[in-house]
Design a protein around this ligand. Structure first.
Ligand SMILES: Nc1ncnc2c1ncn2[C@@H]1O[C@H](COP(=O)(O)OP(=O)(O)OP(=O)(O)O)[C@@H](O)[C@H]1O
Ligand SMILES: [Mg+2]
Length: 271
């Protein structure tokens, strides 16, 4: 089953910037897709189409076979949780607690259920202690954690994260990885825009690369080891692959991308 189907999506901003020039792609249910591409490629513009914040000007977006349009957008927003690139666009209530409770309140959950969800979400992202604080006064990384908690509390089928690791400290990144693993284990579909090649290598099972509003490549994680493709997309190899690329014996072969792959290759040589 496909969670996301995008067909020939085009989008031009009011100032005539053509941000998307005909993007078509499919993300299967349960996938962990990494969306990569240089600054200004159109990643955020694309992701904001997945829950109807942006509506297609041309082409179509379907979520579980339902077309996103003005009528379906409110329903689709319950199915697709989006963590914005900039938490200042997302975090606006007078307390951290209220902010995370905003979504669950809007879908009419019981008070008990809202309390349970907000408590769990805040504890999961490590923001429970700061639940009374004004979100506006939080650090950027803390705001990002609150935005993630807001999506967690909605427990959507599809989770879309725009640059989630930016501004998170290493502990926060570990927590995020654990949250993403948990979502995946529960059969949810994940799509993450990131410039963090190591995160993409360690975490994703499929890769979408866009540039200048068009799809450059769409495939498995082997794309992350394609040096010329990475160069074309202003990206770089994962650090692990960079190390192995220095050795002639790996020329023309698939480079290890993750720590686990590197350990397994090195164990082979050390035996
Ligand atoms: N509100 C807007 N009005 C006009 N142009 C915009 C607007 N938002 C984005 N753009 C332009 O659309 C293009 C795509 O921007 P977008 O934010 O989608 O890129 P991105 O791939 O997410 O980049 P980054 O890696 O920096 O987050 C860019 O040229 C950008 O300048
Ligand atoms: Mg962006």
């Amino acid at each position: 089953m496909n969670a996301i189907e995008i067909s020939d999506l085009r989008y031009t901003y009011a100032d005539s910037t053509v941000a998307l020039k005909g993007i078509s792609l499919v993300v299967k249910k349960g996938a962990r897709a990494a969306l990569l591409g240089p600054n200004g490629a159109g990643k955020s513009t694309l992701l904001m189409h997945l829950n109807g914040i942006n509506l297609p000007q041309q082409g179509s977006v379907n979520i579980f076979s339902r077309m996103v349009n003005k009528v379906t957008a409110p329903e689709i927003r319950r199915q697709v949780g989006l963590v914005f690139q900039d938490p200042d666009d997302q975090v606006f209530s007078t307390s951290v607690w209220d902010d995370v409770a905003f979504g669950p309140l809007n879908i009419g959950l019981s008070r008990h259920e809202i309390e349970r969800r907000v408590t769990d979400a805040l504890k999961m992202v490590g923001m429970w202690e700061l639940r009374e604080k004004v979100p506006h006064h939080l650090s950027f990384g803390q705001k990002k954690r609150v935005a993630i908690a807001g999506v967690l509390a909605m427990d959507p089928e599809v989770i879309v994260l725009d640059e989630p690791t930016a501004y998170l400290d290493p502990g926060g990144q570990e927590v995020l990885m654990a949250i993403l693993r948990d979502f995946h284990n529960r059969g949810k579909t994940l799509i993450v825009a990131t410039h963090d090649m190591d995160m993409a290598a360690e975490w994703s099972d499929s890769v979408i690369i866009i540039k200048d509003g068009a799809t450059l490549a769409h495939g498995g994680t082997e794309l992350l080891g394609d040096i010329s493709l990475m160069r074309e997309a202003n990206l770089r190899l994962p650090i692990v692959s960079q190390v192995f690329s220095h050795f002639d014996r790996f020329m023309g072969k698939a480079l290890p991308k993750t720590v686990a792959e590197a350990v397994s290759v090195l164990e082979g040589y050390l035996k």
